[in-house]
Write a protein that binds this ligand. Sequence first.
Ligand code: UDP
Ligand code: MG
Length: 210
Amino acid sequence: MLNRFMVVSWVSRTVHSLVMAAKYNVVFVLGGPGAGKGTQCAKIVEKFGYVHLSAGDLLREERAKSGSEYGELIDGHIKNGTIVPVEITCRLLERAMKNSEKNDFLIDGFPRNKNNYEGWNKEMGDKTDLKFVLFFTCPLEVCTQRCLDRGAAGSGRTDDNIESLKKRFDTYMNATMPIIEHYESKGLVRTIDATRDVDEIFDEVSKLFA
Ligand code: UDP
Ligand code: MG
């Protein structure tokens, strides 16, 4: 005879396994401004069918919406190279993940500081399975030149100029590197030398997804 306890425990185990199966697979993609995160993500999408979510692109999209209550706040942070509060970024990321039919996500340019890291873990930690952190290393001079070239070629970005870039690098060194080091200590970081040409880098990246 089934008693009530057995039924309740079966239901709870079934619900638990359904929830577990529905977890989002996530790869965080980090590296300095201009390291090539976006470029490599596009290639990973093409070859391995991931969904690319750039936190910066989502914020720029939100900023561009007429009537967005966060437009000005986001604009200020982007020009200053500082980090938008996690509640905003996390909500945009979660919405994009919920709206996607796929389950494998490259989250590019996030988490960038302690506030991002803690906010994400609190809201999304249980709903996601973090596969690894893809980390592109690139010397500051190379990254700066790439962003300036991108600006000169008409990226239209308000932060591809020397003043914003200095601030973005400060934030990267002071706020983002400690997060990468933290993931490193957990054995989650896969480091890629991003100074080479795009295809050479992608050959190495591909091995991590194959
Ligand atoms: N940004 C943020 N939170 C994020 C991602 C981006 O506040 O999670 C802001 C931040 O001001 C950053 C800017 O958006 O400097 C541009 O980020 P993006 O990732 O697009 O720049 P990239 O590093 O790719 O050049
Ligand atoms: Mg980018």
